[in-house]
Design a protein around this ligand. Structure first.
Ligand code: MG
Length: 207
């Protein structure tokens, strides 16, 4: 069976949107160190505990305080952490194959690629360019490009608007519950990475 049948792709699929960490690539980073850094900063700034167990939820607490300079300082802290700490990563081979071999998988070679991630655009750009994959992506939405983070669908709406397509002409691939929720909120067909990879393998083995 063709991949489009295995995964029941929309008939007029034009754009495949990927999450970044855990989907395109595995970033080998100590995210707990970032959580600790942010919790300590929060204690310094507000004299209160905040776990940042999910970084976005902690950030939303900062946003709710309504001080743009403080919000900015947290954003910069995370950006700097990503810049200084993300040195090692592993790309998912099947996903790279998919991106580079649409035709071999029986797909339209005009399909375009985008990224919707909670990592910073600078992090995503630098890793993709080291892997010579940056040119494959027509549009990238990072942490700093949206005001409402996943599972809010703002980033996916931005992508649909950028390509001037409808929700039925895109799919979203991610690895986490917030990815699935964001896709659902935008009414875009959404896939968990494991299922996506398993079916790429299946489609390749039939060749
Ligand atoms: Mg992810």
């Amino acid at each position: 069976m063709l991949l489009s049948e295995l995964l029941d792709f929309p008939k007029d699929l034009q754009v495949v949107v990927f999450d970044f960490d855990g989907t395109l690539v595995k970033l080998h980073v100590d995210w707990d160190a970032l959580r600790k850094l942010l919790s300590d900063k929060y204690m310094d700034d507000f004299g209160e505990e905040q776990t940042f167990s999910r970084i976005t939820l902690g950030l939303e607490k900062v946003v709710a305080r309504g001080d743009p300079e403080l919000i900015e300082s947290y954003i910069r802290t995370i950006e700097k952490f990503e810049r200084d700490n993300i040195k090692e990563y592993t790309f998912f081979e099947e996903i790279v194959f998919f991106i580079e071999n649409l035709e071999k998988l029986g797909l339209n070679s005009n399909i375009k690629f985008a990224i919707f991630s909670l990592n910073f655009r600078s992090t995503i750009f630098s890793i993709l360019s080291k892997q010579n994959l940056l040119g494959k992506f027509q549009y990238i939405v990072g942490r700093e490009d949206v005001i409402e983070w996943k599972p809010d669908p703002e980033g996916l709406y931005k992508i649909l608007k950028h390509f001037n397509i409808s929700n039925e002409q895109a799919i979203y691939v991610g690895d986490s519950e917030v990815d699935m929720e964001a896709g659902k909120n935008a009414k875009i067909k959404t896939y968990l990475i494991n299922k996506f990879i398993a079916n790429i393998k299946k489609a390749r083995s039939k060749k």
